[in-house]
Write a protein that binds this ligand. Structure first.
Ligand code: NDP
Length: 260
């Protein structure tokens, strides 16, 4: 089937080796981009990249890079740009979650969640924006994968008292971070937008107890979890030239979760 959206150059997808990120990598490859996958510790990232590359006949390569390590992010982004192909887009997708009551959470939990979900996103955005500003590239586009949990008081469980407070608040922070970066980098032609998914079937949600999962599905107006592939088109659209006047926006892709 021909792709209806076109991307050119290299798109970096952090956490692009599995879950939603895997489908974001496939979506970018289908639209014609070269795809550079950043992963933290996956053993099969090279095979995943090769599989996507073969499926869409475009170069796809995996790069080990912890998004919380500033120097590693800078040098990896620069290496991708020089050796793999000029970077034109970034999907800052890597994220981690906790599902524990607030009274059990510790400073270590806070650091773990915020370090990846907020600082890690900032790090990758900063490295890519610096590259574009240095070479006066005025068509760069960034999509941040946040969450609908950043928009609302999202109860994750039937007793309405389990809210993933660090995760949800980190997503509120990163959604606003996206708006701030959109404003600051607009004079350089860099667009920054946010996609906020609802509940998606991935490793992040697979261990939620069945009672909680059915509560979450039943509280989604469309009545089900999202397939990860359903998150890709919105991100690819926002990266593409078709979205050339859209910046600072948050696109909710949540099955209607936030309407009630
Ligand atoms: P998964 O747990 O399935 O995958 C997480 C990905 O992030 C993996 O590729 C992992 O790499 C990577 N990653 C984690 N930490 C780092 C790090 N420090 N450096 C580099 N890569 C890292 O997550 P999902 O696919 O479910 O989620 C993707 C994004 O979507 C996240 O931001 C999440 O918060 C958000 N989201 C998810 C929802 C859901 O219901 N699943 C709902 C709303 C938002 P590795 O494999 O090497 O560990």
């Amino acid at each position: 089937m021909p792709a209806t959206l076109d991307l050119s150059g290299t798109v970096i997808v952090s956490g692009g080796n599995r879950g939603i990120g895997y489908e974001l990598s496939r979506g970018a490859a289908e639209a014609g981009a070269n795809v550079a996958i950043l992963y933290r510790s996956a053993k099969d990232a090279d095979q995943v990249a090769a599989k996507i590359g073969a499926e869409f006949n475009v170069p796809v390569k995996a790069f080990q890079c912890d998004v919380t390590e500033q120097e590693s992010v800078k040098s990896t982004v620069s290496k991708i740009d020089k050796e793999f192909g000029p970077v034109t887009g970034l999907i800052a997708n890597a994220g981690v979650a906790e599902l524990r009551p607030a009274l059990e959470l510790t400073r270590a939990d806070f650091d773990k969640i915020y370090n990846v979900n907020v600082y890690g996103v900032f790090n990758t955005c900063q490295a890519v924006a610096q590259l574009w500003i240095d070479r006066k590239f005025t068509k760069g586009a960034i999509v941040i994968i946040s969450s609908m949990s950043g928009e609302i008081y999202n109860t994750s469980a039937p007793n309405k008292a389990l809210t993933q407070v660090f995760y949800n608040s980190s997503k509120a922070a990163v959604t606003h971070l996206g708006k701030c970066l959109a404003g600051e980098w607009a004079p350089h032609g860099i667009r920054v937008n946010v996609v906020a998914p609802g509940y998606v079937n991935t490793d992040q949600t697979k261990d939620h107890p069945e009672e909680i999962k059915s509560y979450q599905a039943n509280n989604t107006p469309l009545g089900r979890f999202c397939h990860p592939a359903e998150q890709a088109p919105s991100a690819v659209f926002l990266l593409s030239e078709k979205a050339s006047f859209i910046t600072g926006a948050t696109l909710l892709n949540d099955g209607g979760y936030t309407v009630w």
